[in-house]
Design a protein around this ligand. Structure first.
Ligand SMILES: Cc1cc2nc3c(=O)[nH]c(=O)nc-3n(C[C@H](O)[C@H](O)[C@H](O)COP(=O)(O)OP(=O)(O)OC[C@H]3O[C@@H](n4cnc5c(N)ncnc54)[C@H](O)[C@@H]3O)c2cc1C
Length: 399
């Protein structure tokens, strides 16, 4: 069997790659080892960048039952100071929550509607790169492709099969997630982030879901106070903290078991492609090093990889360089800015000062919320070529 582009993984990165390639007229096949309905362990938070990319893909939020736009963000400092940050009103959506099982299923449906062939329950087992062809062994048989795209997540089996994996790499963050039902009115409507002193620069979150639910979790960076192995024991301790108990309310009941997964945030140091193989999303370690968010970056890298492959069909060896150029121009500055900011979040005093300064006026409150939920205003400081008069006035998605 032969196709022009084989995409391994039908998460946000793989689907974005496939839709953009299909729109450019390329023949593309997506395979995913999981059965339909896979539930990626995630906070389900969609930033303004993610929302704009989803809109570009033609995703209709009404296809997702758990879609919950967010208007206010409440941040708690380690000493208990709380500040409410409103997102801009009346100019589109800047943040939303959507259960990953539903979001990913809607994206697969979207890709099929665009004419992409998506085959689930089919795993990539091994791969070899030739000068003109990538040969991939699937559990359904052998396939040759002009390009293969690894959209296969944090542990990227494609990267491993091709010898492109970093030995011993386990991601920069590790995060825990559990769904709750019956949460308080506040938890069911507001997005809440608490900088717990012992988790810094990590944080606890509660993200609202329709019907009185919430996605609740916490993330820590490797190498700080708590070890990854301690996270299981830390979870009941966190849920028992009075301000968290109060937020979730007396009726909060776990809906699912808690689960944990690593978050790779090292796009500046990670090989993004070689020859006829490119990596996107978590497989390219594209998550934000300050917030751990990665859906927006998965969608953006998918779009960039698709553009690079489309342009390089005339000149195949160029795909990896074109793709790297886009990453260096757009994503690495955002990454560096987040890496700088996270230094301030490593100590209680830094967080306390940041929350107080951010909450000083209406203007700082609104724009701090945008800093948290939009990558562009963060990274733009390091990229003067992206300065324009209204970079803080850009509308949200789905206006
Ligand atoms: C607890 C937690 C909370 C998070 N919260 C947020 C958040 O609120 N907002 C946010 O933006 N990001 C968040 N992230 C990060 C986000 O989940 C990821 O960055 C995002 O899912 C990356 O998408 P992806 O398409 O690259 O990879 P994935 O979503 O991991 O998709 C990879 C796909 O590859 C498939 N696959 C793997 N191996 C093979 C194989 N051999 N053959 C075929 N298919 C294969 C898998 O089945 C899967 O479908 C969080 C992460 C964690 C762990």
């Amino acid at each position: 069997m032969r196709t022009e582009v084989l995409v391994v993984g039908a998460g946000p990165a793989g689907i974005a790659t496939a839709i953009h390639l299909r729109r450019a007229g390329r023949e593309v096949l997506v395979v995913d080892k999981a059965a339909p309905g896979r539930d990626k362990i995630c906070g389900d938070g969609l930033t303004a960048s993610a929302l704009r990319e989803l809109e570009l893909l033609g995703l209709d939020p009404t296809d997702i039952p758990s879609w919950q736009p967010v208007h206010d963000v409440v941040v708690r400092s380690p000493l208990g100071h709380r500040c409410r940050f409103p997102l801009p009103r009346g100019s589109g959506t800047y943040a939303a929550i959507a259960r990953r099982a539903e979001l990913d299923a809607a994206l697969v449906q979207r890709a099929r509607a665009e004419g992409v062939e998506v085959t689930q329950n089919t795993a990539m087992l091994s791969a070899v790169l030739g000068r003109k062809t990538a040969t991939v062994e699937l559990d359904s048989g052998r396939l040759d492709a002009d390009y293969v795209v690894g959209a296969d997540g944090m542990w990227s089996p494609l990267r491993r099969a091709l010898g492109h994996a970093r030995t011993g790499y386990r991601g920069e963050w590790h995060a825990f997630r559990q769904y709750f039902t019956g949460v308080s009115e506040a938890a069911a409507t507001e997005l809440f982030i608490s900088f717990e002193a012992d988790l810094l620069p990590g944080y606890f979150w509660s993200f609202p879901l329709p019907g009185g639910g919430a996605n609740v979790g916490f993330g820590i960076q490797r190498g700080h106070k708590h070890r990854i192995q301690e996270m299981g024991a830390l979870w009941p301790d966190l849920l028992a903290r009075p301000h968290i108990r109060e937020l979730l309310g007396p009726g909060a009941t776990p809906e699912t078991p808690h689960r944990a997964w690593p978050i790779p945030a090292a796009i500046d140091q990670t090989l993004s492609g070689r020859g006829r193989a490119l990596y996107v999303g978590d497989a390219a370690a594209a998550c934000d090093p300050m917030t751990g968010e990665g859906i927006g970056q998965a969608l953006v890298t998918g779009r960039m990889a698709a553009n690079a492959i489309t342009a390089a069909f005339e000149d195949p060896p160029q795909a990896q360089w074109r793709y790297r150029e886009s990453i260096e121009a757009e994503l690495v500055p955002d990454h560096r800015m987040s890496a700088l900011l996270i230094r301030a979040l490593q100590h209680r005093k830094g967080v306390r000062v940041a929350v107080r300064v951010a909450g000083a006026t209406n203007w700082t409150r609104t724009n701090f919320a945008r800093w948290l939920f939009e990558d562009e205003p963060r990274g733009v400081l390091l990229t003067p070529r992206r300065w324009h008069r209204d970079f803080l006035g850009r509308p949200g998605a789905y206006r």
